[in-house]
Each structure stands twice: as C-alpha cells, then as structure tokens.
Design a protein around this ligand. Sequence first.
Ligand code: PRP
Length: 217
Amino acid sequence: MSNDKYLTFALTKGRLAKQTLELLESIGITCEEMKDKDTRKLIFVNEELKLKFFLSKGPDVPTYVEYGAADIGVVGKDTLMEEGRQVYEVLDLGFGKCRMCVCGPKSAKELLKHHEMIRVCSKYPLIAKDYFYNKKHQTVDIIKLNGSVELGPIVGLGDVIVDIVETGSTLRENGLDVLEEICPLSARMIVNQVSMQMQSKRIHELINQLRNALEEK
Ligand code: PRP
C-alpha cells in the first residue's frame, strides 16, 4: 500500500508508542533512529528490515491506516471506537489498559435509572451516544469537550461524563465516582484492509510473532 517494499507503522505518540517499541524490540524489531530524544524527524526507517515508523496523535492513526498511508497502526481501543474507520483490528496488545465509564457525583446515579433526559460531557461523543441510545435506550444531550472532562459535572455543564478511567485518581481528587462501566480498553494493532491482502504473509508472520511474545509475558 504505502510502499510495496516497506511496511509502515503509525504509532500513537507518547506512552503507547514507547510500549509498542518495547514489544517490537522483544521480537527483534528495532528502530535506533527513534531512540534519539532530541530528533525533530517525523518518520524513521529501518532499512535492513524494510520498516518505516511514524508517530502521530491517536485519532489520526486509524485515518492513516484506513487510507493506506500506514499499513499498520497501534492505537487505543477508545480512539478506534470513536473514529469508526474501515480497518482490521487484529491484536489486543494488552497494554494501555483502562476502562470507558460513565462517571459523576454519586447523586447522579439515580438519573441513569429512569431514562431521564440528562447532559453527558465527553471527549468521545460517538461512544457516549452509542451507549446511551443503543444500549440504555436513554435519550441524552451530549456535549463534546476536548479534555479535563471531569470539570463538566463540577461546574454544572453536565450531569455525568463518559470518559477513560485508569487509576481512578482524577475522579477521586474531584469528588466523582464510576457510575457505570461501558467497556474495557487497551492498545490494539490495526491493519489496512488492502495491505492485509497484498502483504499477507509478512503481516501474518508479524501478528503471530507478537501474539507469541504477548503469551510469553
Ligand atoms: C485521561 C482521562 C481522565 C484521566 C484518567 O485524561 O480523560 O481524565 O486520564 O486517568 P486516571 O483514572 O488514572 O486518573 P488525560 O490525562 O489523557 O487528559 P485530558 O483530561 O486532557 O483528556
């Protein structure tokens, strides 16, 4: 797809990329160029293995992969669900574990029981909509925020939030609780649909090696 000779990886900048590179290293795939912390380069090449890597913001990873600018991506399940791109999800990498939850003050629990019209703040409006409309059959008003979503119920913008909970400390420090759990989350490997056919052997070998490495952990 992106280039017949190379397999190109789009990685989510930050902790997920770091953990992905550690996992790849455990199966002998390295990219020395990427280890230079001061570099301003955006794309890194391992000529020997014919691999390319680039880092991008999480929500852009499924976009690069759907369009074939990257053959393979690593991204959180939350982003994958929210972006709804046409890609194959091939492997749960087991790191970046957290939960997508409905959270709020304890008093908001009642509001979730009686199909009341409530306001839901979230960075993930599609996940929130799917959960409330299709699973709970509750009509809600969804307000998109871009971060620090916990502020929503505190300042009176919304009744509850739909957000990621990892350690739970953000909720605790702001007097909020998990009210309902939507789904568990973790990092996933995704593959471009055409690459999966055109580079089938190479990609399947990689998936198998990664799966074995994960099982041995
Ligand atoms: C995420 C998420 C929660 C927090 C959960 O925010 O939106 O706010 O982490 O983690 P915890 O359960 O370990 O406290 P992030 O730090 O990505 O920043 P954001 O609020 O700007 O989205």
